[in-house]
Design a binder for this molecule. Structure first.
Ligand code: FE2
Length: 410
């Protein structure tokens, strides 16, 4: 976390902070704007929080950590909201159980929006008052913005899951054809879902090849100026063995081949824990995939769309990605003997152009070799409604071949 901020808040700096604050806050409500009030209450699984709860919880953060601490005479909007909308902050008392957030029919969405307006007005007034605010206030302000943006990511994933559980398969966003036409008219980049593949047609299935990546000592961890979360610190060196990386993400066609070869019926490809989950939950395809009219479709923010064979496969759990990799390794042609392929000079793309898919890796997430965090009590946002994503702690990546499947959150 940056600590270079001065302790004063002259008008220009305050205006800049206020503009950022208002933009981030507006994004949260914009994400929920296409929803019906009823949509914002639903919690179909424990890992999903109702959108109304997200809107209120992020507001509770500002009220609790900034306004009550730094705004003289601030009056809380409602005395019970601290119980309703605390998430995991044990130091701040009891709260509604995570699994019970969907039972909160009250307060109404309109009340939550009024809560947001109340807090927004108070924070704007605090920022614009001609008085000094300490550096700690601005550090909390930055943290609050990052926190709300984390919840926006959760909103996107949770909204998708909520709507996917409706037999009506409601569309969150405009139909694809309308989006395409609108964007073409504006000559702008198309909006995104799991990836842009269904909006920007993939020209063809490109053949996979393998890119050699030389090993060595690599520095990982946050090394820039500005904000980062404490688990991104400290930058440190790790030893990476040489490996080869597939030149593109695993596609739906690749994954369909795994499915059609019986990948979901053969325990040999699966970690024991993944196999148990597969059987317990009846996995037979990636999350959001359904069979309809003789073919595979997937639920998107634009309702059901046919699976595009050339698009990266998304919404597979770590266990599915691992099982796919184990299956694909059997069909992976050995590297031709003779001259080794030339080493690449630049890192391979992490995702397809225009895609927001996030590749799975086997990298564990162990404690970083870092000093004590500056602020130790902040909980990061919870996981989205993907299938289980926490793999067994892994060993450092061994040499070999690695093809990326994705763990997209959208
Ligand atoms: Fe939170």
């Amino acid at each position: 976390m940056s600590s270079t901020l001065e302790i004063q808040s002259p008008p220009r700096i305050a205006q800049s902070w206020l503009a950022r604050y208002q933009a981030v806050r507006a994004q949260s409500t914009a994400l929920c704007a296409p929803l019906l009030p009823e949509d914002t209450v639903v919690q179909p699984m424990i890992d999903v929080s109702p959108p109304k709860w997200h809107l209120a919880h992020t507001t509770w953060f500002w009220e609790t950590f900034l306004l009550q601490e730094y705004a003289p005479g601030y009056q809380v909007f409602h005395p019970e909201y601290a119980f309703l909308f605390n998430s995991y902050y044990n130091s701040l008392g009891s709260r509604v159980n995570r699994a019970d957030r969907g039972t909160l029919s009250r307060p109404a969405l309109a009340d939550v929006l009024a809560y947001r307006s109340h807090v927004d007005a108070a924070l704007a007034a605090l920022l614009m008052e001609p008085h000094e605010l300490p550096a700690a206030f601005f550090e909390l302000l930055e943290l609050g913005l990052q926190h709300e943006q984390q919840h926006q990511e959760l909103l996107a994933t949770d909204i998708k899951y909520i709507l996917s559980t409706s037999p009506l398969a409601p569309a969150y966003a405009a139909p694809v054809a309308a989006l395409n036409e609108e964007s073409r008219m504006k000559n702008e980049e198309l909006p995104d879902d799991n990836n842009s593949s269904f909006l920007i047609p993939h020209s063809s299935l490109s053949a996979a090849s393998w890119l050699p990546v030389p090993g060595g000592i690599c520095t990982i961890g946050f090394q820039e100026e500005g904000f980062c979360f404490d688990n991104e610190l400290a930058a440190h060196d790790v030893l990476v063995a040489p490996f080869e990386l597939q030149n593109r993400l695993v596609t739906n066609a690749d994954y369909l081949a795994f499915m059609e070869a019986g990948g979901y019926r053969d325990f040999r490809y699966w970690m024991g824990e993944g196999w148990d989950l597969l059987q317990a939950e009846g996995w037979a395809a990636p999350l959001y995939w359904v069979q309809k009219e003789g073919g595979w479709h997937r639920f998107t923010h634009h309702s059901l769309l046919a699976v595009d064979p050339a698009a990266p496969v998304t919404h597979v759990s770590f266990y599915e990605a691992d099982a796919y990799a184990n299956w694909a390794a059997r069909a992976c042609p050995p590297r031709p003997s003779g001259k080794p392929p030339p080493a690449i000079s630049t890192p391979p793309p992490r995702a397809a152009p225009g895609s927001k898919a996030t590749p799975w890796t086997r990298s564990p997430c162990p404690p970083q070799p870092t000093p004590a965090p500056a602020i130790s009590c902040w909980a990061t946002a919870g996981s989205g409604p993907t299938r289980p994503t926490t793999p067994t702690p892994a060993t450092p990546a061994p040499p070999g071949r690695w093809a990326s499947t994705t763990a997209s959150l959208w």
